[in-house]
Design a protein around this ligand. Structure first.
Ligand code: MG
Ligand code: MG
Length: 624
């Protein structure tokens, strides 16, 4: 069976702005159509026919007008009134140019718990709709009075038995109640009139508030939307897949940005439910090849000095640009001070910062193709004559991500572009980039998780909240299936936390810290000390607490304290780490050693690190 992608739709309620803004964003990003929510139409200063003209002008179909509430199985006189209400709704649908409306199951106390009454009313409504060439879809609402499950709604639709009446399923209503969607596969595809997709984080609250505020796009939450989509596709459904999402963060973010996330999530959801069909496989990642810092001449010198205290050596000079390579073990750090480059542009906006990272992939062409299918087109950087063009994409914050393929035998990519310098100086035992941490503006976690999961196949780990002296920091790690690329995302509602300060100092998201792995952390600590690396010091109370927590003996403890090391443990192994001071209060470096399969990131020590940084920050700012 060949793969055929279903049309994509978004409910206007998911996006911010006025109705024309929402429609424009949906069309620009590439949706085929929209479902128009009554609330958006009511607040629009124009007629349904005007909306129709806007949609037609944008090439957007109007797949659905909704909702029609509290209709079925009412006693008289509400029953007759509801039929009149339906006729008025049909007038609007015809003016809008849509043939389908969604009737969600009744929430009223007065509704009669009698499926045959519900079926009779829906049949009459469908008969009236059919006279005008319109259709009705019935959806089980998870907080309805009697009909909450899709299977129950489906029994009523079958009982009503009218060609203009079909079933609408909504992943949130089904999965939020823990109901099993697999039976949807047995519904004849043509009786499934519409499919609405939404995910949500696992929260314990009433299902109505959960739905109204915390729905998010497929793959951004904790519900099994892949299993749900599998059942939908197996039914033979050929209508549009629609995002019906109510989310406070989304409604306060730019509409195009949210629309792009939505379409990306839906393409990914459909492909994942089709065993990857329709989307090139995610790249196999083999670690970070380099990180690139945007600097000017003076911050470049300052950063180079800092790196030298950490055991990096000046290993190369670009053949034609003001770009230098610093190296230790397999870590490559590039300092770019070239005028009139993407790095210079980054520097103008953000100051000294990481403007690019390079990730080793098995197949750059396939990775680019996948990225482009997921609405992340290839980025072409200007290159000098004879210089290699490295394929790249841009992360949501604008950071360039270069894709580096394994070298064919012979010249390395470094030798092509760089004059390599002979090794001098002694390394400090750092051998690889263990992880990179990004600080994000509040409310943007879901965008980044989706990007890194979708385009690069990283697997999101569960979210942690870590305290900072000035607020909470949400933290979520993403790890490639083979463990070779680790990325940590931090976001904070508070502007005063270490993450929040970074985001405001930096004017947006960016790399907040880089952690290097050391094969011998004690040696690393000693080398740092000898070179007078500027390190973050931990208060003595931290060590007292460590001893109480882990029962370390006095010798072990005083060794840690002497070297300024932090310590953690998990079920598998042990973890030692230490931090440099922040560079211009923007980013800092960590050195770490994992033993015996320790899988975490030292989150237990994040609060004491944040407190030490806050102390340092207030000292630094009080000197200004
Ligand atoms: Mg719905
Ligand atoms: Mg870390």
């Amino acid at each position: 069976m060949s793969f055929r992608r279903l049309r994509k739709c978004i409910a206007t309620v998911a996006l911010s702005g006025t109705l024309p803004d929402k429609l424009e964003a949906a069309a620009t990003i590439g949706f085929d159509g929209v479902e128009i929510m009554e609330s958006d139409l009511l607040s629009f200063d124009g007629s349904p026919a005007d909306v129709r003209r806007i949609c037609e002008g944008l090439g957007l179909a109007t797949y659905l007008y909704q909702p029609f509430r509290d209709f079925e199985a009412m006693p008289e006189p509400q029953r007759s009134r509801n039929m009149d209400r339906a006729e008025r709704k049909f007038d609007v649908m015809q003016a809008l140019g849509t043939d389908l409306t969604l009737v969600c199951s009744n929430t009223q106390a007065a509704t009669i718990d009698d499926d045959s009454r519900a079926a009779a009313d829906l049949r009459e409504m469908a008969e009236r709709a059919a006279r005008r060439g319109l259709r009705i879809g019935y959806e089980g609402l998870s907080w309805a009075r009697h009909v909450r499950l899709w299977g129950h709604a489906w029994r009523i639709v079958q009982m009503a038995d009218h060609p203009a009446l079909g079933l609408i399923v909504d992943s949130f209503h089904t999965l939020s109640l823990g109901d099993d969607p697999s039976g949807i596969a047995q519904v004849p595809g043509e009786k499934l009139f519409f499919v609405q997709m939404a995910d949500a984080p696992k929260l314990s609250m009433d299902v109505l508030s959960w739905s109204r505020h915390f729905r998010n796009f497929p793959g951004q939450g904790d519900l099994d939307v892949t299993g749900f989509m599998r059942a939908v596709l197996a039914s033979g459904y050929s209508g549009p897949l629609s995002l019906e999402v109510f989310n406070d963060d989304f409604r306060s973010a730019p509409a195009r940005l949210v629309a792009r996330d939505g379409l990306r999530s839906l393409i990914l959801n459909e492909a994942e439910a089709s065993d990857g069909a329709g989307l090139p496989a995610a790249p196999v990642l083999d670690g970070y090849e380099f990180l690139e810092f945007a600097v000017d001449e003076s911050t470049g010198r300052e950063l180079a000095n800092l790196l030298e205290t950490l055991g990096f050596r000046h290993a190369g000079r670009h053949r034609s640009k003001a770009v230098d390579l610093y190296r230790q073990g397999s870590v490559n750090l590039v300092l770019n001070a070239e005028q009139d480059s993407a790095a210079a542009e980054h520097f103008q906006l953000h100051g000294p910062s990481i403007c690019a990272m390079a990730i080793r992939v098995d197949d750059a062409a396939r990775a680019l193709e996948r990225a482009s299918e997921l609405l992340c087109p290839e980025w072409q950087e200007r290159t000098g004559a004879g210089e290699r063009q490295i394929p790249a994409v841009r992360a949501p914050d604008g950071t360039l991500i270069y894709l580096i393929e394994p070298e064919a035998a012979g010249r390395s990519f470094w030798e092509d572009d760089f004059e390599l310098l002979p090794g001098v100086g002694e390394p400090a035992g750092l051998d690889a980039i263990d992880h990179v941490v990004l600080a994000l503006p509040a409310g943007r976690m879901a965008t980044y998780v989706l990007f890194w999961r979708g385009v690069f196949g990283l697997e999101p780990q569960s979210q942690l909240d870590t305290p900072d002296p000035y607020g909470l920091v949400q933290s979520r790690a993403l790890i490639s299936p083979n463990g070779k690329v680790r990325l940590v995302l931090n976001a904070s509602e508070s502007r005063a936390t270490s993450t929040g300060r970074f985001v405001s100092a930096y004017a947006g998201a960016g790399v907040h810290h880089v952690a290097f792995s050391s094969s011998d952390i004690e040696r690393t600590a000693k080398k740092y000390e000898v070179r007078r690396a500027s390190l973050l010091t931990m208060p003595i109370n931290y060590y007292d607490d460590l001893s109480a927590r882990w029962g370390l003996d006095d010798a072990a403890l005083s060794a840690l304290q002497l070297q300024g090391l932090l310590y953690d443990r998990d079920d598998a192994g042990e973890f030692w780490h230490l931090y440099t001071d922040a560079f211009h209060d923007r980013f800092f470096f960590e050195a770490l050693q994992r033993r015996a399969g320790y899988a975490g990131f030292g989150a237990a020590n994040a609060p004491v690190r944040a407190a030490a940084q806050a102390r340092q920050y207030s000292i630094a700012t009080s000197l200004l």
